[in-house]
Design a protein around this ligand. Structure first.
Ligand SMILES: CN1c2c(nc(N)[nH]c2=O)NC[C@@H]1CNc1ccc(C(=O)N[C@@H](CCC(=O)N[C@@H](CCC(=O)N[C@@H](CCC(=O)O)C(=O)O)C(=O)O)C(=O)O)cc1
Ligand SMILES: N[C@@H](CCS)C(=O)O
Ligand SMILES: [Zn+2]
Length: 754
């Protein structure tokens, strides 16, 4: 008989409560420490995570959720599916990091968003020549390590269907699911080895099954799990879905022989309708939100577990997805407002909630009554807090939304702006940030610790701005930026200044590899108490006659990279943020800005996974951007910037933003985005990125000129702008100067050919 469990989480944060892994990995990359030191930090972090989960009452602990860089890349390694270009690197760790980050001679694998989150995974490349071969050393190593510590360990592995659906076919147009037959024997072999090593359960993550899938794809998923559940000696299989509803895939999976199915009941409440089909399964009920930071309404969750989920075979309480997406613990937040703290649950607090629910479900509610009382109190104080409902703000928003007539036509605006700006054809610009050097970050840390005062901090940042402006003047760029040195992050910086947001001190969440972000918490109605960027703009503009762009982050991106309110539609929160940004654009214009850029790199990220929900999203997201940008006169040129995405599905929305100029990541997708824009009749200014800023490589003049000539085949010169793919904050000073010098030289060469 299969042993069941009662309380679990689908995965854990791994970067370390104080970002220990980030520091260890970066130190290894820089050659300041060796592999043994890195491994010992990693081992310590794993041990701490597992023992904390077990000691808190989790009776099935996920392992193999640790990663030096990314769990999808780990799966590619497990299946022997790294591309040939890294195969010659003998050391496995260096080969792994070369695949993730590239080196002087090797291009890294691409990176893209993990579903609709702000986590980025490495995209495996699968070519017809790829020969799969099992390397189970990482997962078996973690399993043995955990079992030796007495941890009830459940290895977690990206499932075969999701692995293939997320990979990129190379040198072929055949869908990769056709390769399922090649990897299933490896997964089957793995199952035997895990059983032999002592695993009672294994978790296969299949989040790709919550998106729209064809009948063939669902049939392939069914075949895969029929096959794997048919393996003789194996652990019980938990098939984990998250980030939405399994929909049509649920009944198909229910018919396979897997013992358990994890369903997301936060993002996928439709999953409840499928529970009767799971009468023979161990249902792992994701009732505690793994993506957001609000304390769970335990009464409601317990009610759901006791009634709507009653037809499940057996039940375990869980988070809706891995806790990778939330910070470790509230304990690290000393500056939190008391009321707000009582409404929140970060990683370790969510674990307590899972255990409290499992305990109550087992009929021992009296043991966890305190936890229930805190949850009830939070529901009530939150609902009654005045900061959540500002009548004056809401009235103003209504008034502006209904009276905003928008801007003049694109053509009319172009004429006025061209006269005012007097730029040459193929204007050059950069996206906003210049290198966030250690000196900048150290200055900010010194300000935080009180080692320098505000005046000294401003002086240092102004020096950075002056250096960046002087550099751009020297290089001969057309529209300048101030370089964003004062911003810790393009979202957090704004959240720190807006009422209604709380910015954490230590709420780090992995964004990709060693890079982390601290998503702010949007808890109340949004107000802008004072201008946020105007003085930085004013200072930069005082140093040059060339136009300096006002630089803002748009409402969709501010929401996408924050923890958002769950007590009102996202569209309403977006409009409140949009109003604050609108006020800022108006102040920038009044301060003299002729160009204002409002970045929306996360526009694609928030696109719902199911088609049926997409239209509504696109409508409100475009609406909120337009609300943010339509307060200025027609003479002020609005730019936007988009990156980190495949834009195909949101191309109409990009046109709908109606920005005068859109800079867009294109260097890696070889300008295909321009054809997509043409297909929807886009006729505004566009700056397809002419080189990839994700690599330290300096692009040559020839290469950039070639990119520009390619762009000119799709876009008339009058509408074409020249810029890098994205901001330069992760790059070094030297490579930035060399790359931009080449960008300007290439532009001059191509201008001469017109
Ligand atoms: C553009 N991207 C962003 C995303 N999401 C965001 N919220 N913001 C983004 O910019 N999603 C998509 C992409 C993801 N890309 C990146 C790129 C780079 C980073 C990154 O560099 N993160 C930094 C942390 C940035 C930050 O908040 N810095 C603070 C604190 C700095 C710090 O740790 N200081 C040290 C002392 C100084 C030192 O030793 O360096 C300290 O306090 O101990 C700041 O500048 O003040 C990272 O370190 O990971 C993220 C996503
Ligand atoms: N203005 C920002 C956009 C990044 S997506 C920057 O330059 O970093
Ligand atoms: Zn960008």
């Amino acid at each position: 008989m299969t042993l069941t469990f009662t309380a679990t989480v689908l995965g854990s944060p791994r970067i370390g409560p104080q970002r220990e892994l980030k520091r260890a990995v970066e130190s290894y990359w820089a050659g300041r420490s060796d592999a043994a030191t890195l491994e010992s930090v990693a081992e310590g972090l794993r041990r701490r995570t597992w023992t904390q989960l077990r000691d808190a009452g989790i009776d099935s602990v996920p392992v193999n959720t640790f990663s030096y860089y990314d769990h999808v890349l780990d799966t590619a390694v497990m299946l022997g599916a790294l591309p040939e270009r890294v195969a010659g690197i003998a050391d496995p760790l260096d080969r792994y990091f070369a695949a993730a980050r590239g080196n002087d001679t090797i291009a890294p694998l691409e990176m893209t968003k993990w579903f609709d989150t702000n986590y980025h995974y490495i995209v495996p490349e699968i070519a017809p020549s790829t020969t799969f071969a099992l390397d189970a050393s990482k997962v078996l190593g973690e399993l043995r390590e955990a079992l030796a510590l007495g941890i009830p360990a459940r290895p977690v592995i990206v499932g075969p269907v999701t692995f293939l659906l997320l990979s990129k076919p190379v040198d072929t147009n055949e869908p990769l699911l056709g390769r399922l037959g090649e990897i299933l024997p490896l997964y089957a072999d793995l199952l035997g080895r895990l059983a032999e090593a002592g695993a009672e359960w294994v978790q296969f993550d299949e989040p790709a099954l919550v998106a729209d899938r064809s009948e063939e794809e669902i049939a392939a998923a069914r075949r895969a799990y029929d096959h794997l559940s048919g393996v003789d000696t194996r652990p019980a299989i938990l098939l984990a879905s998250y980030f939405g509803s399994l929909g049509e895939a649920l009944p198909a999976l229910a018919e396979t022989g897997v013992e358990g199915i994890a369903v997301d009941l936060v993002a996928g409440s439709d999953n409840l309708a499928g529970v009767p089909a799971l009468a023979h399964k161990h249902v792992v009920a994701g009732v505690v939100d793994g993506r957001n930071i609000w304390r769970t309404d335990l009464e409601k969750a317990l009610g759901q577990l006791g009634t709507q989920l009653g037809s499940a075979g057996s039940l375990a309480v869980s988070t809706s997805c891995s806790l990778l997406h939330v910070p470790y613990t509230l304990d690290a937040e000393s500056g939190l407002d008391k009321a707000l703290r009582s409404w929140l649950a970060f990683g370790s607090e969510k674990v307590r909630e899972v255990v409290a629910l499992a305990t109550a479900l087992a009929g021992r509610r009296d043991e966890v009554e305190d936890e229930f009382a805190l949850a009830r109190a939070a529901q009530s104080t939150r609902a009654n807090d005045g900061r959540l409902h500002d009548a004056a703000l809401r009235a103003r928003l209504n008034e502006i939304s209904s009276s905003d007539g928008g801007r003049a036509s694109a053509d009319a605006r172009r004429e006025i702006q061209t006269d005012k700006l007097g730029l040459p054809v193929l204007p050059t610009t950069t996206i906003g940030s210049y290198p966030q050097t250690t000196a900048i970050r150290v200055a900010r840390a010194a300000l935080r610790k009180g080692e320098i005062d505000e005046a000294e901090y401003i002086r240092r940042m102004q020096q950075e701005v002056a250096d960046v402006v002087a550099l751009q003047e020297k290089l001969g760029l057309g529209v300048l930026v101030h370089g964003e040195p004062e911003r810790n992050d393009m979202v957090q910086y704004f959240a720190e200044q807006l009422d209604g947001f709380f910015a954490t001190a230590n709420g780090w969440v992995q964004s990709y590899g060693s890079r982390c972000v601290r998503p702010p918490i949007l808890f109340g109605d949004v107000q802008r108490p004072h201008p946020m960027t105007v003085e930085w703009y004013r200072y930069a503009q005082s140093l040059t006659d060339k136009p300096v762009k006002g630089m803002l982050t748009g409402p969709v991106t501010i929401l996408a990279w924050s923890f958002v309110r769950d007590d009102q539609p996202l569209a309403d929160s977006a409009d409140q943020v949009a109003l604050a940004i609108r006020d800022e654009t108006i102040d920038l214009e009044a301060a003299g800005a002729r160009v204002v850029q409002v970045d929306e790199p996360a526009l694609r990220e928030l696109l719902p996974l199911r088609k049926k929900d997409q239209e509504e999203y696109l409508k409100w997201s475009v609406g909120s951007f337009r609300l943010a940008t339509s307060g200025v006169t027609d003479a002020t040129q609005i730019h936007t910037h988009l990156c980190y995405s495949e834009f195909g599905e949101v191309i109409d929305a990009i046109a709908g933003l109606d920005a005068d100029v859109t800079s867009i990541e294109a260097a890696r997708s070889r300008m295909e985005v321009l054809d997509d824009l043409n297909a929807v009749g886009f006729d505004l200014g566009v700056g397809p990125g002419v080189y990839d800023i994700h690599s330290p490589r300096v692009p040559s003049v020839d290469e950039i000129a070639e990119s520009l000539r390619a762009a000119l085949k799709a876009v008339p010169a009058q509408r074409l702008w020249v810029n890098p793919d994205c901001g330069l904050k992760t790059r070094g000073n030297e490579e930035v100067e060399a790359s931009l010098r080449n960008l300007v030289a290439a532009t001059e060469r191509v201008r001469a050919e017109l």
